[in-house]
Design a protein around this ligand. Structure first.
Ligand code: PHE
Length: 330
């Protein structure tokens, strides 16, 4: 019997060990043979032989399972070593990635306003009715809400339709003066050549003492900003409407494709609309409890900027993940 103990001990792998187990415990194995032999032994010896064989049976079982554990662990370690990937290995075929054109454009916008001392603020993408609409002078059932095709959840929660709620959050948590921008994703139920259900905006808000902030300040910074983004373009302000600003304006740049001559991109007008802005409405200040202040606000769509800068025809292509499009921006 002793040789089986050393056989188990020197088994090199799980398979070899299994062969030993069959040789010892199998139907035609040693133990079965020994028990069979016992039957022909003299009666008075039978119980002693059986006792001894059972002791062997128990010990061998235990030793087999211990050895099996050890061998399994060793085999796992070996497999892990063989399959390990060296992440630090240099591969001449790998290429470096690049920022997505939308993120790159967003960075450039943030860079400009950071230089101008605007703080960068963020807010939740799942907003409540108060921050997204109510506090921005868009009361329930006001027709101006229809301008935004909104994704609603239950209980007055929604995917924010613009970054303007970050204005409200910032004013509620900070005393004036305020000088902030809010970059981030926003959501509307639109899908066509110039709209995707998710897109990005950069919001801007400046608040200071009453009488200190004028439309002229707004005009100055936006003109400077648009020249930073698009080069030497003409800028024009057109009267418009937003519930949270009064007066409000939409801002156009002279068409960068035809330089104002009139082409397909600018619908023959010579102008491209790029952002909305205005003087903050008193009702907004009332909603956040601000008194004796004045301010301006603006908001722009980052994809629109990226499309113009990179001359991308279909906004939806920015989010299709087509490597052939993205590789052009490396
Ligand atoms: N929130 C407006 C929109 O999404 C943009 C805007 C922001 C206009 C701030 C004026 C002032 O259309």
């Amino acid at each position: 019997m002793e040789e089986w103990y050393s056989a188990i001990e020197s088994a090199g792998d799980v398979e070899g060990l299994e062969e030993i187990r069959i040789a010892v415990f199998g139907k035609k194995g040693v133990l079965a043979a020994e028990f069979a032999k016992m039957k022909s032994a003299p009666n008075e010896q039978k119980s002693a032989i059986a006792k001894e064989l059972n002791i062997h049976k128990g010990r061998l079982t235990k030793q087999l399972s211990e050895r099996k554990n050890i061998l399994q662990t060793l085999e796992l370690e070996r497999a892990m070593k063989a399959e390990a990937i060296d992440m630090t290995l240099y591969s001449p075929t790998s290429s470096s990635g690049a920022l997505h054109p939308v993120m790159e454009t967003m960075d450039r916008i943030v860079e400009y306003f950071s230089m101008m001392n605007f703080a960068v603020k963020t807010g939740p993408m799942i907003e409540d009715d108060f921050h997204n609409f109510e506090a921005l002078n868009l009361p329930k059932y006001h027709p101006a809400r229809d301008m935004q095709d909104t994704f609603y959840f239950k209980d007055e929660m929604l995917l924010r339709t613009h970054t303007s709620p970050v204005q409200i959050r910032t004013m509620l948590s900070h005393k004036p003066p305020i000088r902030m921008i809010a970059p981030g994703a926003v959501f509307r139920r639109d899908y066509d050549i110039t709209h995707t259900p998710m897109f990005h905006q950069v919001e801007g808000l400046l608040v200071d003492e009453e009488g200190k902030v004028s439309f002229a300040n707004l005009k100055y910074i936006l003109e400077d900003f648009l020249k930073y983004m698009f080069g030497d373009v003409d800028v024009r302000f057109r009267p418009s409407f937003f519930p949270f600003t009064e007066p409000s304006a939409e801002v156009d740049i002279s068409c960068i494709f035809c330089e104002g001559e009139g082409c397909r991109v600018c619908s023959k007008t010579g102008w491209l609309e790029v952002l909305g802005c205005g003087i903050v409405d008193e009702n907004v200040f009332d909603a956040v409890g601000y008194e004796n202040v004045s301010g301006y606000a603006f908001g722009l769509g980052v994809e629109r900027f990226a499309m113009l800068i990179h001359r991308i025809g279909d906004l939806r292509s920015l989010f299709e993940g087509d490597i052939r499009l993205l590789e052009q921006f490396r």
